[in-house]
Design a protein around this ligand. Structure first.
Ligand code: AP5
Length: 241
């Protein structure tokens, strides 16, 4: 879908369990609002691949399906959010994931925006999906190592067996999409990330969306939520009083 002119959109936070479709929907939002996707999972996987000190530490934690300690996350997120391409907004996919990370992000955003007239508060969208569906989505997920395009052997298969439609690369399975790791990831979500939804709900910022539908149906609802947010909150707060 073509880029859409709605002015400043600010931070968009996608919350949801593993396999909820955060990455799938983030890519649609990126295209429409011309803002970057910041996936902490992708940032960490990049560190693992490059074997940086963070990557070496995170590797076994991620392979077990556990969360990387909060203190290791703050530096990479802060660095990324300070990049110039984040000036008009960004989609956070996979962060915050603990109540402590949510508190840290609020403090970071408060500190980062010196001119309060420029402030645009985050919109937080929670993707709700049935547990059985999540298992199907995670066990069926395949991705292209070259272009990053996502597939699912059950719901969105490639045209030719296990090959990317765009560049014909052999599709890969993510290291943590194994049955035993999936259950630990889902359990970590319930224990540590569900409270983040409560944190934002208490602030009146949480928008819950039924994500047990087709990707296009979900995208249409998200665009509606984000367009309204941009008009009602960001346009107003972006203008000096
Ligand atoms: P991360 O990479 O963030 O993974 P995740 O949260 O487990 O989420 P996924 O990427 O698995 O799922 P998704 O919701 O993006 O779904 P997708 O769109 O791909 O984190 C990985 C690890 O990094 C963590 O376990 C942790 O160790 C660490 N980490 C990351 N951030 C951290 C943080 N902040 N703090 C600490 N540790 C952190 O879709 C899944 C599949 O479903 C695809 O095949 C897709 O095609 C399909 N699909 C999508 N939507 C639909 C639909 N509507 N209908 C049918 N199929 C669909």
């Amino acid at each position: 879908m073509a880029e859409h002119q709605v002015g400043k959109i600010g931070p968009v936070i996608l919350l949801g369990p593993p396999g909820a479709g955060k990455g799938t929907q983030a890519k649609q939002i990126v295209e429409r609002y011309n803002i970057p996707q910041i996936s902490t999972g992708d940032l960490l996987r990049d560190h693992v691949q490059r074997a940086t000190p963070l990557g070496v530490e995170a590797r076994s934690i991620m392979a077990r399906g556990e969360l990387v300690p909060d203190e290791l996350m703050y530096g990479i997120v802060a660095d990324r959010l300070r990049a110039p391409d984040c000036a008009n907004g960004y989609v956070l996919d996979g962060f915050p994931r603990t109540a402590a990370q949510a508190g840290w992000l609020d403090a970071f955003l408060e500190e980062q925006v010196f001119d309060k007239s420029e402030k645009c508060p985050p919109v937080v969208i929670q993707l709700l999906v049935d547990y059985t569906q999540l298992l199907l989505r995670l066990t069926g997920r395949r991705s292209c190592p070259a272009c990053g395009r996502l597939y699912n052997i059950h719901s969105q298969p490639p045209r030719f067996d296990e090959l990317c439609d765009v560049d014909s690369s052999k599709l890969v399975i993510r290291n943590d999409d194994r049955q035993e790791v999936i259950s630990e990831r889902l359990s970590a979500y319930e224990r540590l990330t569900e409270p983040v939804a409560g944190y934002y709900r208490a602030q009146g910022r949480l928008v819950a969306v039924n994500a047990d539908r087709t990707p296009d149906e979900i995208t249409a609802e998200l665009f509606g939520v984000l367009d309204s947010h941009a008009r009602a909150v960001c346009d107003k707060t972006a203008k000096p009083e």
